[in-house]
Design a protein around this ligand. Structure first.
Ligand code: APR
Ligand code: PHB
Length: 392
């Protein structure tokens, strides 16, 4: 069976869904192919920090209603080291804030909006293959309910995340990869416990990094730096809580609220960029094109920014036959991507303990942290990057 549309989108994460939504608002048709079920993508626990510009983009495009009522606006973050707390007040430093709102909530809102407006999302498709990417008449083959199907379109958007198939459809020699792996992972838990701090806490501790975050007034989200090949079986809930209490402790006696652990998982830490983010009629967006370690909270924001740029470029091409936007897509995105890559790498390097870390390295990290909390200029630079840059 053949389906025709203007833009074929692979992946129903934040990138694919927002792209389809923004295209619809510009009168352009698309079909999304997703390998997982609707329920799976709506309940997958992922990131949770939205930059200032991401909130504006979602609100301005008409999908911000629940975000505005349920999202938790934060005017800053806390840095903790040497058992002391230091508030970085983003609003005072750079006049911008961030909002905590789970990625799966963004996904739910976008799926609801797409379906309500007659959008086509084909869930649980298999064996997605891209064809004829250099002809200007590309197609996407896939299997649905055991039947071979073809999606014919003018543009393919690869929004299928880091482990998707789109990136690997680009022939060797047509791209370069820039990559770093980090010698640790994050063990994350979601717990039914009221957040004991109103701000996120990034803690640099002798035993390793810890992060305190939240999802709602009842749910706390927490992370611990662990070995990259850590076995979750070695981390029963009691051990996780004990370690979190130690790494997040503060001289003023602050303690975490504990509660039932609802989810526990490991996140590997990697930096990755493919250049260019396009090949023929294929345009990569979000995690399909780049990965950042989660320390800078940039992953979801980059995905949203990419598709904002891509939706404009596609609209110019399909409506006015102007190709400049599409041709410049990768270059335009990569400026923001590399800024976020640097910021995420820098935050990661400053806040984690490295296995080969000697006393010199430790002193450097502490000095950097002291500089940020004591210099308004250094703090403003962190705040500017964390809250994010406006979408051009
Ligand atoms: N065919 C169809 N769909 C696929 C395929 C495939 N071969 N492979 C992966 N997918 C789907 C995944 O199931 C997922 O729903 O593509 C979607 C990609 O979504 P995300 O991984 O959420 O990526 P993206 O939309 O770029 O959002 C980036 O996700 O990983 C986080 O930290 C990251 O917050 C960032 C965000
Ligand atoms: C989260 O709430 O999941 C979160 C917050 C900040 C980060 C990473 C993850 O840097």
């Amino acid at each position: 069976m053949i389906i025709k549309t203007q833009v074929g989108i692979v992946g129903a994460g934040p990138a694919g869904l927002l792209l389809s939504h923004l295209l619809h608002r510009r009168g352009i048709e698309s079909v999304i192919l997703e390998s997982r079920s609707r329920s799976y993508v709506e309940h997958r626990i992922r990131a949770g920090v939205l930059e200032h510009a991401s909130v504006k983009l979602l609100v301005d495009s008409g999908v911000g209603q629940r975000l505005l009522s349920e999202g938790m606006e934060h005017r800053g973050i806390q840095l903790r080291f040497n058992r002391r707390r230091h508030l970085l007040d983003f609003r005072a430093l750079v006049g911008r804030t961030i909002t905590i709102y789970g990625q799966q909530e963004v996904v739910k809102d976008l799926i609801a909006a797409r379906l309500q407006e007659g959008g086509q999302i084909l869930f649980e498709v298999n064996d997605v293959r891209l064809e004829d990417l250099v002809t200007g008449d590309p197609s996407v083959r896939f299997v649905r309910d055991g039947k071979e199907m073809v999606l014919r379109c003018q543009i393919v958007a690869g929004c299928d995340g880091f482990h998707g198939v789109c990136r690997s459809s680009i022939p060797a020699g047509a791209f370069k990869v820039f990559e770093r792996e980090y010698p640790f992972a994050w063990l994350g838990i979601l717990a039914e416990a009221a957040p004991a701090s109103s701000e996120l806490i990034y803690s640099y501790d002798e035993r390793g990094f810890a992060l305190f975050s939240m999802r709602s007034p009842r749910i706390t989200r927490l992370y611990l730096q662990v070995q990259p090949d850590e076995d979750l079986a070695n981390w029963p809930d009691d051990r996780v809580w004990d370690e979190l209490q130690v790494r997040l402790q503060c001289d003023d006696g602050w303690r975490l609220n504990e509660g039932p652990v609802l989810e526990k998982s490991l996140t590997t830490m990697r930096s990755y960029v493919i250049e260019p983010m396009q090949y023929g009629s294929l345009f990569l967006a979000g995690d399909a094109a780049h990965i950042v370690p989660p320390t800078g909270a940039k992953g979801m924001n980059l995905a949203l920014a990419d598709v904002y740029v891509l939706s404009e470029a596609i609209a110019e091409y399909l409506k006015f036959n102007k190709r400049e936007g599409l041709e410049g897509y990768s270059n335009r995105c990569l400026r923001r991507v590399w800024r976020a890559e640097h910021f995420s790498w820098w935050m990661t390097s400053m806040l984690h303990r490295f296995a080969d870390e000697d006393a010199f390295q430790h002193r450097l990290q502490l000095s950097q942290l002291e500089y940020i909390v004591n210099s308004p200029l250094a703090a403003a630079s962190l705040a500017e990057n964390y809250t994010g840059f406006p979408l051009e």
